[in-house]
Design a protein around this ligand. Structure first.
Ligand code: GLN
Length: 482
């Protein structure tokens, strides 16, 4: 829907009777028809279901019923989040034939708010990866350059929003899987604070790190969608009962009184000059808007990657043990139960998932536990303390989201170079912070550059305040020419 700026505008037009939900959806489906064959963002499209939802909304509006804050917004859902009655594949062979028996809490809340679920989007298998290339089912392309990756793991959701096939999409972020693809695709991507959004119905990857969050075309849309999704959930005991503030009223036009922290090395040592320059310029704009720029130190952040690959893999090795060829999806039929287990897991999981399971099991094994898991946990605590000290001196930390812009498909063939994509995003997950990526310009090739803003846990209002002021000042219009 190229004519509509964002979901916020769409809901206003819908409420004013300027458009019907069905016409809006038809427009979205036309964009999908034209662009999806090139981009490949979706694993499953539910045209009939979406049409039924749209007609239902139009009928209820006609009857004068009050509709929710996301009425008529076409939305896509990462395929590791349940939508009742539809497959949840996690882009893995392991879940062949599995259908979600219930809605994730986020799905239920979006539906109740009037959003129209278009379908499910591609990801790296079980959300492990940074380019979507680990999907066992499909390759998704970056709408700004079809030779390049959309980022990952929530690459399908990022690409769907960037291509305007959906006005909003859900992702999950364990180490950067919302922010890095948002950065590569030129959209806003939000990782809420740990516990802010219910994870009921999200297929768990690393439970001390996972959060669900939105991809949107504007900061106000991120605020709008979080206000629908956030809040305690009796079905997820790890969700927080902290009250949900009015996020939309946190949007600002200037940054007077705000302290913006920068770690100099994140800019000086960034391997891509265009990324460093665009992010520096964005910080300059924040200063011009009235913010005070403070230099801060995060001495242990450099260890984030090492800590993450121990902690996340350890938790994944435990979470993924439920895929046993008995309860869900794929089932290899062999003469004995134990052979069935080996055969199913051997065939069902792809190479990256197996690597994580082995790494994680090793890190937790009796002889190695203290050296790996124990040590990683202690360094994690030190990182949390670094952030506490930093947030005593600043309100928000600005940095590049990723060290580079979108790379070519096939370019990063060894796991370590792929892992390095998340070097700036991982610490926020380890410390439970809220963080977002927003577009701040493009590199020499026209590929989007993302700025990451991070705030203390449950300081989403500050995050939206900082991001919205910068966004309206930059007034970018980054859209792919597909
Ligand atoms: N790219 C990171 C990984 O492969 C982060 C993934 C995520 O946030 N789900 O683990």
């Amino acid at each position: 829907m190229p004519a509509i700026k964002d979901s916020f505008e769409l809901t206003k037009r819908f409420a004013a009777g300027e458009s019907s939900a069905e016409a809006t959806l038809q427009a979205a489906l036309r964009v999908i028809d034209a662009r999806e064959p090139k981009v490949g963002a979706f694993l499953h499209l539910d045209r009939d279901g979406a049409l039924a939802q749209a007609r239902d909304l139009d009928a209820r509006r006609k009857q004068g019923q009050k509709l929710g804050p996301l009425a008529a917004v076409p939305i896509a859902v990462k395929d590791n989040i349940h939508v009742a009655g539809h497959a949840t594949t996690c882009a893995s062979r392991m879940l062949d034939g599995f259908k979600a028996p219930y809605d994730a809490t986020v799905t239920a809340r979006l539906k109740a708010a009037g959003a129209i679920i278009l379908g499910k989007t591609n990801l790296d298998e079980f959300a492990m990866g940074s380019s979507c290339e680990n999907s066992a089912l499909k390759q998704t392309r970056n709408p700004f350059d079809l030779e390049r990756v959309p980022g990952g793991s929530s690459g399908g959701s990022a690409a769907a929003v960037a291509a305007r096939m959906a006005l909003m999409a859900l992702g999950s972020d364990t180490g950067g899987s919302i922010r890095e693809p948002a950065s590569f695709c030129g959209v806003v991507g939000l990782k809420p604070s740990y516990g802010r959004v219910s994870r009921y119905g999200l297929v768990a990857f690393a439970s001390s790190l996972d959060q669900i969050g939105p991809f949107t075309l504007s900061v106000r849309d991120a605020a709008l969608s979080l206000s629908v999704m956030a809040g305690a959930d009796p079905l997820d005991a790890t969700s927080s009962s902290e009250p949900v503030p009015d996020y939309l009223s946190a949007l600002r036009a200037d940054l007077r009184g705000m302290r913006v922290g920068v770690v100099r090395a994140y800019f000086d040592e960034c391997p891509n000059q265009d990324v460093a320059d665009r992010c520096r310029q964005a910080v300059e704009r924040m200063k011009a808007l009235g913010a005070e720029i403070v230099e801060i130190e995060l001495p242990r952040a450099k260890d984030g990657l090492a800590v993450y690959y121990v902690v996340a893999s350890a938790e994944a090795s435990s979470n993924l043990s439920r895929f046993d060829g008995v309860r869900y999806g794929l089932r290899e039929k062999t003469p004995s139960a134990i052979q069935n287990y080996f055969a199913t897991r051997g065939r069902g999981f792809g190479p990256e998932v197996k690597r994580r399971i082995m790494l994680g099991t090793y890190a937790l094994s009796a002889g190695a536990y203290e050296e790996f898991y124990g040590r990683a946990s202690r360094v994690r605590t030190l990182m949390v303390n670094d952030f506490k000290a930093a947030f005593a001196r600043c309100d928000v930390i600005a940095s590049p989201t990723a060290p580079f812009t979108a790379f070519r498909a096939g370019e990063k063939s060894d796991p370590l170079s792929m892992y390095l994509c998340d070097i700036y995003t991982i610490p926020a997950n380890l410390a439970g912070l809220c963080a977002l990526s927003m577009p701040v310009g493009a590199d020499a090739r026209g590929l989007p550059v993302g700025l990451q803003l991070q705030c203390a846990p449950y300081a989403e209002t500050t995050l939206f305040g900082a991001a919205s002021a910068l966004e309206s000042d930059l007034n970018l219009n980054l859209a792919p020419t597909l």
